[in-house]
Unconditional design. Structure first.
Length: 265
């Protein structure tokens, strides 16, 4: 088995082989997820909720992201490592965004992810032209949950769907090497993926994307309380965490997860 690369991920997108991604925040889980065959690990700013017990991702600092990226990278042999640019680390200027992205790369990230639509295109261009691959996170964007008016599906009406399509195109033209959609209608995500030159990862975006991501602690049923409908407990019927993670990988690859009618919109 060879370490995952961007060309290999692009090839998987082109051939329809599904990409399995999970969030990961430490070296122990990184080693386990790697062994289970997870293609991509995301050091998500969801660590604000999952590890820090916060109500949103907005308070997460770049230093928090750097620490966890360092930890994850030490545990990885094969998986492709993506790290989130946290809130207020890429908003003021493209130069500031480059500095933040470069720090994440120095900490061990292969790619950085940022949230936002059209306004980030200039930033995506600046960072990717200088050699850091960028994933653009569209649809529901947790860093701006307040402005979005709550945890709402995006792209439901014609105007908002057209905007997501237009912004996706702008971001790819700006150099985004990957797109990620959170909580968008399955039909819209499938349509965009079919036409996309770059891999598309989905969470709450249906089975038609090039790959899936879930928050690790949701997939392993560690998270307490009410969970979003796109979450599934992969520990059910499993005797070990390795088994649970392998079940996730298997179901993503077999396209048996997600099921649009159950986990999608
Ligand atoms: O921070 C995170 O975990 C994420 C995923 C939900 C895509 O951005
Ligand atoms: Na995130």
């Amino acid at each position: 088995r060879k370490p995952m690369t961007l060309p290999r991920l692009a090839q998987m997108h082109a051939s329809g082989e599904k990409i399995a991604m999970l969030t990961c925040y430490d070296a122990a889980f990184a080693g386990l997820l790697d062994e289970a065959g997870v293609d991509m690990l995301l050091i998500g700013d969801s660590l604000g909720n999952v590890l820090q017990g916060r109500g949103s991702t907005a308070p997460v600092n770049l230093d928090d992201m750097l620490y966890h990226t360092t930890c994850v990278r030490r545990g990885v042999k094969y998986a492709f490592v993506v790290a989130d640019l946290p809130f207020d680390s890429y908003h003021v200027s493209k130069e500031e965004a480059w500095k933040s992205a470069a720090a994440l790369v120095k900490a061990g990230a292969h790619m950085v992810k940022l949230e936002g639509g059209g306004w980030t295109a200039e930033t995506v261009r600046f960072i990717s032209e200088r050699g850091i691959p960028v994933c653009a996170h569209l649809g529901f964007t947790p860093q701006t949950v307040t402005a979005l008016g709550g945890f709402k599906v995006q792209g439901r009406d014609e105007e908002s769907a057209a905007r997501i399509k237009r912004e996706s195109q702008e971001l790819v033209e700006a150099g985004a090497a990957m797109l990620l959609y959170e909580m968008v209608p399955a039909a819209l995500a499938a349509e965009i993926t079919a036409a996309s030159p770059v891999p598309v990862i989905g969470i709450g975006a249906g089975v038609g994307t090039s790959g899936q991501v879930l928050v690790l602690h949701d997939a392993l049923d560690i998270t307490r309380g009410k969970k979003p409908r796109f979450v599934k407990n992969f520990m059910a019927g499993q005797g070990s965490i390795l088994g649970g993670v392998k079940a996730y990988v298997d179901e993503v690859k077999a396209k048996t997860f997600p099921i649009n009618e159950i986990h999608g919109f």
